[in-house]
Ligand binder design. Structure first.
Ligand SMILES: [Zn+2]
Length: 317
């Protein structure tokens, strides 16, 4: 009889991995048996991998070098250690023993909790209004009180919203999302808050990607995509401000990925989209926070789509 991985064991593997593929740290979906023996369900023989790396670990024959068991284990140990430290860090940050709290910090924690509840309510409202981005406007006013926790909650919400771009985001909506990102990232310019901000920066890059990708592939709307790419610029500017080469590279990498997804042989209508993304990418080092110089025809498309979009959203009830 085949012994399967029990739900409890699978949960343990996924928890230790924080649902990440140990090789690329993207979402992991497959529990792989390190030694190739599907009957050996010992915890040490299991590892979470994404679809691609599961494939790479399982291939037989072919020219590609297979991921060896030793290599996978090495990656796995590193990820487990990383996750453990991450959790420890969170605990230390948020679980300070209560007797050490001053009344000032108690007040601050209460305020944080209250604002997170308000943000959650706004999220509900957004879905109840059939994804009307305008309802998110009320979140702006809490930004004066933001901290790592609140910024994290807001940016996670915006990431979710960016994934819904294809369901009819407008130029106004994209501008609002960009403005929210600017209000909540970075949550502080203090130098010792840099590591936490770097963690949030990735979320912002994902938001920029989500809006630009959906706008170009699904909506064919260069105006919305342009506002999505202004978010990249904001993050890049912060990267320059703190001198983080890694962050600058991350932005450029996301741009390249975006261009990569637009190179589709089955679509012959994406030339202008590729041109637009390249213009924004090449503009990253210019200091001013406005649109790059666009070739005349591209500029006209962006302008007319923006006008059309903004009139539309003005006349809607
Ligand atoms: Zn992977």
């Amino acid at each position: 009889m085949t012994k399967t991985v029990t739900p409890k064991l699978a949960a343990e593997v996924m928890y230790k991995a924080d649902i990440l593929c140990c090789i690329c740290r993207d979402r992991g979906d497959h529990i792989h048996h390190v030694d190739g023996d599907n009957q050996n369900n010992h915890f040490d023989n299991l590892v979470l991998l994404c679809f691609d790396h599961h494939h790479e670990a399982s291939i037989t024959g072919g020219l590609r070098r297979k991921l060896s068991a030793e290599l996978i284990v090495r990656y796995r140990e590193e990820l487990y250690e990383f996750n453990q430290k991450k959790r420890q860090h969170l605990l230390e940050q948020f679980d300070t023993p209560i007797f050490q709290l001053t009344s000032e910090s108690l007040l601050k924690s209460s305020l944080t909790a209250l604002l997170i509840i308000e943000i959650e309510k706004t999220k509900e409202e957004y879905y109840q209004s059939e994804r009307n981005v305008e309802v998110l406007h009320q979140i702006i006013k809490y930004s004066a009180y933001t901290n790592e926790r609140i910024s994290y909650v807001v940016l996670s919400l915006l990431y979710e919203v960016s994934g819904n771009t294809r369901y009819g985001l407008t130029t106004n909506g994209a501008i609002l999302i960009g403005s929210l990102v600017e209000h909540y990232f970075p949550f502080s310019y203090e130098k010792d808050r840099m590591p936490e901000n770097l963690g949030l920066a990735t979320q912002c890059i994902n938001i920029a990607f989500g809006i630009s990708y959906d706008a170009l592939i699904w909506l064919n709307n260069l105006s919305i995509a342009s506002w999505g790419m202004m978010i990249y610029k904001h993050i890049y500017k912060y990267g320059k401000h703190i001198g983080s080469e890694a962050l600058l590279e991350e932005v450029v990498k996301s741009f390249d990925e975006l261009i990569g997804t637009l190179n589709r042989p089955e679509r012959n209508d994406l030339d202008q989209a590729i041109q637009l993304v390249s213009c924004f990418k090449n503009d990253l080092n210019r200091r001013r926070m406005d649109f790059p110089d666009l070739p005349h025809d591209l500029f006209e498309i962006v302008r007319s789509q923006s006008n059309k979009d903004r009139n539309l959203s003005n006349t809607s009830p």
